[in-house]
Design a protein around this ligand. Sequence first.
Ligand SMILES: Cc1ncc(C[n+]2csc(CCOP(=O)(O)OP(=O)(O)O)c2C)c(N)n1
Length: 529
Amino acid sequence: MENQTVRDVTRNLLRELGLTTVFGNPGTTEIAFLTGWPDDFRYVLGLQESAVVAMADGYAQASRRAVLVNLHSAGGVGHGLGHVFTAYRNRTPMIVLAGQQLRSLLPDDPFLGATDAIDFPKPYVKWGCEPARAQDVPAAIARAYHVATQPPQGPVFVSVPVDDWDAGAARPVAPRPRISCPYPDPDALAGLVAALDGSARPGIVAGPAVDADGAVPELVALAERTVAGVWASGVSARCSFPENHRLFRGFLQPERGATAAALAEHDVVLVLGAPAFTYHVYRGEFDLALPPLFLVSDDEQVLARAAVGTGIRATAGLAIRALTERVRRSDRRPPPALTRPPRPIETDPMSAGYVFATIAELLPHNAIVVEETPSHRNLMHDHLAITATDTGFLTTASGALGYGLPAAVGAALARPDRRVVAVIGDGSTMYSVQALWTAARERLPVTVVVLDNSQYAAVRILGAAAGGENIPGVDLGGLDFVALAGGMGCAARLVSHPAELKEALSAALADDRPNLLHVRVDQNAPTMY
Ligand SMILES: Cc1ncc(C[n+]2csc(CCOP(=O)(O)OP(=O)(O)O)c2C)c(N)n1
């Protein structure tokens, strides 16, 4: 043990924790961590840290495992911070390991040195540490892992001065199993069971934590047992209930009045693994009373800030299991079935709805759909129902763009058994377009459909709705995604007319390499929400 360096001890720890796939972008402050890279480790290179962090997030979300990200001192962390914010909102167990200048140089504020390193990613990390001594580095990483993977999961940050890795006499770290989750309080659960048993029209709001817990099939069983109508929580980052199920009622819109109006059909509402509620736009205060509400979350802040209702602290998966064991099987009348709009007709230029309907027609079984098309999200829900019950859908929980494309690449790395289809706006694609290079380099079977409406439509639409006039900075255009993708080694094709779409999409889906389709869509986007 004595002659083991901090690097040796850390690598053994990372092996024990299953953290041998590392997403990164290197610099001199990381060299001593990377040197002599072992054969059993995988380094996934991203060409900009925004893409690195979002790829790692997609990987963690799709594999339901913790992920290690290695970033370059303050500059690399800075580039990645937008998606550390997303990882925080996505509840992603992510350990960000950042390089730091030599301890002996730090007093002089050296070139590339991070000042107050652990303050930089706050408040979007659950915990941060720059160990006081080199030999404390492995224990700090072990602690970071246990903080990141305890509910509510989230990113953590460890800053390591570059000279620490060669230091000897590292404090050994005893392997410990992942720390288990709190089980819901039986008394609180009894109140919820009584409310559900006594209800005539129960409703469930399914949040992203249900699918994150791998509990969608169990939620389906609970909904069928209680004959409850199920809503997707507002702007959910995952699909937690099959959208073609008879009990599926639709998508809560992220606005107070619409949320209250939708839930008015129930006499009891159970919100599972989502805040009550997530809003994006404000249209005033509404005097619409919510039905009696129960809120299950593993997050004290989500429970504390809810304006009404009974909070129960538990992970979604454990709560669903406990409820299903206790709640009575009901033969109450089911809620009305959801009616969907008709399939969009072929127009030239084609509508985004037409593209979603075509994707739905050709989507391979068990595909993972990644979405980042801000002004088209409701159209996607209308025409591309997610039916996979394990990570069928991923998107950003924070609203920060530039997540979808790299997250799709990370998801493809995590799940080589699944086809990943990303539908991304032209604006959103550009924030971390470098992910295409990683997809090509790793030969990942990802299909990227870029919906080009040549504008930041969501900003234009929501800006106008908020009374804005003559807003600059919302017109795009002039972006050649075929050339961009080709320049990074990724196969690509332009689809300008609806007649070309089906054949182009079929060919892309049949290819085992990454493919990008640059699809020109109607610029007259619908209103949002
Ligand atoms: C990192 C980041 N920058 C800016 C925004 C503001 N924003 C919200 S939607 C949007 C437009 C995105 O354009 P595009 O992907 O083409 O989709 P569209 O709105 O046209 O459907 C922008 C810039 C954001 N959410 N995140």
